[in-house]
Design a protein. Sequence first.
Length: 313
Amino acid sequence: MSNKKLLNQFRAFYFKNYPQDMETQISYFAIFGGLNWQIDTSQDILVLIKSLILKNFDNLNAKIDKLTLGNEANKRLLKALATGDRRIFSAFNKAGLNNGNGGAALNHLQEKGVIQLEYSREEHPRELYPDRKLKREEARHRISHKVLFSHPFIRFWFYFVQPHIKEIKEQNYEKFLKDFELKCNSYTSLVYEELSEVLLNYNLRDSHIISSGSYWDAKTEIDILTLTEDGNIYVGECKWTNHKINKKELHKLNDKCQKLDIKPTQIIFFSKRGFSKELEQLRGKNLVLFSSEDFKSLLQNSSKKRTIEDFIN
């Protein structure tokens, strides 16, 4: 979603619930963001999922049906987008859709405000090498845009609930809860990546940003690539794991930059659990390190924001 929408939702969630720290804020926002519910963030997240989502399943499922028109193609596409790599063509394949019915579902979900496109910044080999005869693989390569969800909760539903919906309807929650415990960090990583871009752009607010977002092509992916009008290049990687980021990750990111022929003005790491002492010693003008608590700088008062209910009603 756009930086502004996500920032507004993030602020609204904080000022409604006042979690004790930013790690809690991000973890709970990744699940309940956009619902406009009051959440007791002092409670364990599994307890809240059981009491607020599973016990209210019928009501929530009816709202999701209204949002998707109860259309199976819409639901299959959202599930594929939530659980896959977010690329449109691979989501069509995963959902068993073609360009026709998949495109119709995509357009409806965009018009409804459930999702929005994140456009690829990859250049096709034809543009890079206009005078060269391309290999078959290069000539047939399709650049695929990605999709972002408008509210964290909608992605949560299609990431965790929809794959287990038959069991949940029978009040059999075992596989759903096990799946959540296994994949929670992996699921939250995307929201953390989106929020990290917001934080980076917030810190670059005096610069004229001309392009920002994730970067991907056939061989390489970078979490954040931000370009400013004065020619500066900011490259960021985000790790929502229970391990500190170490120097090895810096080497990996530098390798990616070399492959893309990028010379970053600044490398930025965002980490749930901080950084190794070795990496901390390298912190400076060319290497910026953000931990969870640094997201406090995003918290400012904001006006009433649109929630999922606004899209449904």
